[in-house]
Write a protein that binds this ligand. Structure first.
Ligand SMILES: C[S@@+](CC[C@H](N)C(=O)[O-])C[C@H]1O[C@@H](n2cnc3c(N)ncnc32)[C@H](O)[C@@H]1O
Length: 206
């Protein structure tokens, strides 16, 4: 097993997302309650998502903070989370907006024949048992010209968890026409604090 795979499997086994739901939004980059942090993510999302109103699939949407930004920018959002507690919070946050929140596995989202202009995933791919298989499946959910917007990282130094950008790009390259990586570690407004671990976004067009 490679070092990256070790991190991914360990993370999946440890997390109880239902238990974390109530306090999840207390982290600045989760709840986006601080107007500066929220504006920083809104700016990035505007640059990463299509310019025109689009169908966005937010996988592992958590409490729906990025989904809410996306609908605020005119997009139609379908959010999927396996944790009922997270999904319920997302439903509450998105009530009254053009959004649907489903409870299900991000690796095989319960979206039937629906296709999307963007698959948006923040801090989720690293926790899936088989990221390569998930990416291949998500590729089939994208319309021609659609894009992946993947925000991932490697957190911590003693027992790091996550997926390094080089590995993610290597997994994506066979599936897409173009891949762009943005390093996000140096942008403290996104995190509400200084960070020195690896944080990045990948925007990949099919
Ligand atoms: C770190 S949180 C990120 C939430 C959200 N994407 C955000 O950036 O605020 C990870 C989320 O992924 C969800 N998740 C983990 N594994 C999943 C899976 N296999 N299918 C669907 N959701 C999953 C968890 O329930 C949790 O809400």
């Amino acid at each position: 097993m490679t070092r990256e795979n070790t991190h991914t499997v360990a993370a999946t086994a440890q997390e109880d997302w239902d238990a974390r739901a109530a306090a999840f939004d207390d982290e600045p980059d989760h709840g986006l309650r601080d107007p500066e942090v929220r504006a920083a993510w809104a700016d990035r999302l505007r640059a990463w998502l299509p310019e025109h109103p689009a169908d966005v699939l937010d996988l592992g949407c958590g409490t729906g903070s990025l989904s809410l930004l996306a609908v605020g920018q005119g997009h139609r959002v379908t959010g999927v989370d396996r944790s009922p507690a997270m999904a319920e919070r997302a439903r509450t946050k998105l009530a009254g907006h053009t959004a649907t929140i489903l409870c299900g596995d991000a690796a095989a989202p319960p979206v039937g024949e629906e296709r999307f202009d963007a698959v948006l995933v923040r801090h989720v791919l690293w926790a899936l048992p088989d990221p390569a298989a998930a990416l291949r499946h998500w590729r089939t959910l994208l319309r021609p010209g659609g894009r992946f917007v993947l925000v991932e990282g490697v957190w911590g130094t003693v027992s790091p968890v996550g997926i390094p950008s080089g590995r993610l790009v290597a997994l994506l390259e066979p599936l897409v026409r173009q891949v762009r990586v943005e390093q996000l570690s140096g942008h403290s407004r996104l995190w509400g604090k200084e960070v020195d671990d690896e944080r990045y976004a990948v925007v990949a067009t099919v």
